[in-house]
Design a protein around this ligand. Structure first.
Ligand code: UDP
Length: 322
């Protein structure tokens, strides 16, 4: 199959490219290299089953051509990371709404199967867990970047869903919970790469809030395995799936675990949310997915636990030039 991955030089996109090429597919990665990085796909240069096109999902001409040439589309390009969406809200909204609309319109024009990456941010402040796909969204003011981001991604989902129901376009929606692994950078807010780098450098570990908030982290390898299986499963069409882990840890607990595993001399410091992000920033206290639906359809089960994930990230950042 000829697979187009928008955001193919990003953290998740580049792992998906590896997975699909390993399974004998041809991959075209469309990436504007804003948060995506050439070094994520440098090892694929010269591979006859891979091509990188540097361009934006906002460029209708490029998107039209690449979607036309592809058999299937994995739409992963987006503005991601809480830090990035708080600091560059306009760019985030435009990329996530207009960009996704452009990609979906092209998929409709050429009737190409498309998988859309959405996010657990969809559930907003709903701390009831584990969260099921049909659970309520609980959001604050749209004037707060986090909730406008959640809304932008919800619009993507709605568009994909309606294209499927009304026009018969084969679309699949996935809601990615906290995903971690090699190639993820802490530059846009993600907590594990940040803590690991701080620990390796014996710098203060910056826990935001009181550290009692909790998350569940899934290894990127398990995520891309699920994405490629869903694309090959016809019963996934027209459906939405949570993808995440249920191994819960508080952020304070995470900081302590990383200090221990790196043998670091770092101390934990606590930074109020107002200082870490922006005035009035609201965090989710807890976020756990119910993954019963994807388990039932494709037998989804995480293969790497938190310990293995942290080890993998430590070894990635321990390499020279990282
Ligand atoms: N976090 C933190 N210190 C950091 C970066 C993040 O304490 O340097 C916290 C953040 O406030 C959140 C959790 O770690 O409670 C997960 O943050 P991340 O941005 O990785 O993911 P998300 O907030 O989207 O779950």
């Amino acid at each position: 199959m000829k697979c187009l991955i928008t955001g193919g030089a990003g953290f998740i996109g580049s792992h998906l490219a590896d997975k699909l090429i390993g399974a004998g597919n041809y991959v075209v990665a469309l990436d504007n290299l804003s948060t995506g990085r050439y070094e994520n796909i440098a090892h694929l240069s010269g591979n006859s089953n891979f091509k990188i096109v540097v361009g934006s999902i906002l460029d209708e001409k490029i998107v039209d051509k690449l979607v036309d040439e592809a058999d299937v589309v994995f739409h992963l390009a987006a503005a991601v990371g809480v830090d990035l969406i708080v600091k560059r809200p306009l760019e985030s909204m435009t990329t996530n709404i207009k960009g996704s609309e452009t990609v979906l319109e092209a998929a409709y024009r050429y009737h190409k199967k498309i998988l859309i990456a959405s996010t657990s941010e969809i559930y907003g402040k709903n701390v009831n867990g584990p969260l099921k796909e049909e659970d309520d969204r609980i959001l604050g003011s749209p004037l707060k970047s986090r909730w406008s981001y959640s809304t932008a991604k919800a619009i993507d989902e709605i568009l994909a869903y309606i294209y499927c129901k009304e026009k018969g376009l084969p679309t699949i929606i996935v809601r990615l919970f906290n995903t971690v692994g090699p190639r993820q950078t802490g530059a846009y807010g993600m907590v594990i790469p940040r803590f690991v780098v701080q620990a390796i450098e014996n710098k203060d570990i910056t826990v935001f809030g009181d550290g009692k908030q909790s998350r569940c982290f899934l290894h990127v390898g398990d995520v891309v395995d699920a994405l490629s299986k869903l694309m090959n499963t016809s019963a996934a069409i027209g459906e939405v799936f949570n993808i995440g882990s249920q191994e819960e840890i508080t952020i304070k607990g995470l900081a302590e675990r990383i200090i221990e595993m790196t043998g670091s001399k770092s101390k934990i410091i606590y930074i109020p949310y107002d200082k870490a992000y922006e005035q009035g920033f609201e965090d989710m206290q807890r976020r756990i997915p119910d993954t019963g639906k994807i388990k039932k359809l494709i037998g989804f089960k995480p293969t790497i636990g938190l310990e293995g994930i942290i080890k993998d990230v430590i070894s990635y950042f321990s390499k020279p030039n990282k």
